[in-house]
Design a protein around this ligand. Structure first.
Ligand SMILES: Cc1ncc(C[n+]2csc(CCOP(=O)(O)OP(=O)(O)O)c2C)c(N)n1
Length: 321
């Protein structure tokens, strides 16, 4: 386990820069919204908003977070917020950012730096919104895109997405006599973003709030495109206990199913919360109904793939120093 000692020794950079400024008492995502009990995504949004602060415009693709937070005539958002269609959050955010740039150039907001942040679920990011996201990143817009990855299209009834892990049961990939659930491997979207040569890419999880807020703050400070993929536990879709939301996020990280890392200007770094050795994957899968049908052989295959992907990641960490 990495410790505060490693932060102080400089092994984990920028800690002093960001951590002391973390706790913003202001809430920009109000309580009383209609998220399911134990929703990790709602918690993650609240943490993200605290780290972003008030000079922020949010552009929200259709998905759970729009549905639960903006039931007419109410809203949980205390930041300027725009709901856009499923595929084009990044394209709209690029337009917002360009507009803000013009206002700044004309001296109308010269005293303020307003950050544009686009958000979407994994369906709205890794599948349907991918071309808009790719274009915005490649053109170099000064914006942050945060994907709240609950590993399926949850709002519309738990359909699989490109981000659904191997073996998971979804309504469009149900296990049965001829199927063992989702047959494909989780798409490596952070790596696709790294291939755009943008200044900052990170993975995060609400179960590590300090790490997540540090990453959001860092991305906010970058004058250019950045991308964060935040694993967001969905007790409804994962069929786990709502009280286990935080535990489940921690197990995803500790087993290597969802490792935490950053890529800053091409340099990979494991996040401080990554353990020295990974826990067995079964510690994570056995607590979730979506994996309950998997046979020991299928679990073993899943475990081997997780190990292989983690090895590839740690190799990049080693050689990009
Ligand atoms: C072009 C288009 N296709 C489909 C839909 C229906 N739809 C709305 S939200 C949603 C699922 C969103 O899934 P995801 O982006 O993963 O976010 P989550 O709901 O899981 O937070 C779908 C399929 C839509 N609104 N527009």
């Amino acid at each position: 386990m990495n410790t505060a000692k490693q932060y102080r020794s400089g092994l984990v950079e920028n800690f002093d820069l960001y951590a002391p400024k973390l706790v913003d008492k202001e809430e920009y995502f109000a309580a009383g919204h209609r998220a399911c009990q134990g929703c990790g995504e709602a918690l993650a949004i609240r943490l993200m908003c605290k780290a972003l602060g008030k000079d922020t415009v949010i552009v929200n693709a259709t998905g759970c977070m729009e549905v639960i937070a903006t039931m007419y005539p109410t809203t949980a958002w205390k930041l300027p917020w725009m709901h856009v269609a499923f595929p084009n959050a990044a394209a709209v955010a690029a337009g917002v950012e360009s507009g803000l740039k013009i206002l700044r150039r004309k001296g109308k907001i010269s005293d303020r730096y307003v950050k544009t942040v686009a958000i979407g679920g994994d369906g709205g990011t890794v599948d349907i919104g991918l071309q808009a996201l790719s274009g915005a990143m490649e053109r170099g817009h000064d914006m942050l895109f945060v994907c709240f990855d609950n590993e399926a299209y949850m709002n519309t009834g738990i359909q699989r997405s490109g981000s659904t892990p191997f073996g998971a049961s979804t309504t469009t990939a149900p296990p049965g006599e001829v199927s063992s659930g989702n047959p494909t491997w989780k798409k490596n979207t952070p790596e696709i973003m790294v291939a755009h040569n943008i200044p900052y890419v990170a993975t995060a999880c609400h179960s590590y709030p300090i790490d997540f807020m540090n990453k959001v703050k860092k991305a906010r400070s970058i004058k250019g495109p950045s991308y964060i993929q935040c694993l967001s536990v969905c007790p409804t879709g994962w069929r786990c206990a709502s009280g286990d939301c935080i535990k489940m996020g921690r197990l995803a990280v500790e087993t290597g199913a969802f490792p935490l890392y950053e890529v800053e200007n091409g340099k990979y770094r494991l996040s401080a919360d990554m353990p020295e050795t990974l826990r067995p994957l079964e510690d994570y899968t056995k607590l979730q109904g979506r994996f309950r049908h998997l046979t020991p052989d299928e679990i073993a295959y899943f475990q081997e793939r997780v190990k292989l992907e983690y090895k590839k990641l740690t190799t990049k960490v080693k050689y990009s120093r």
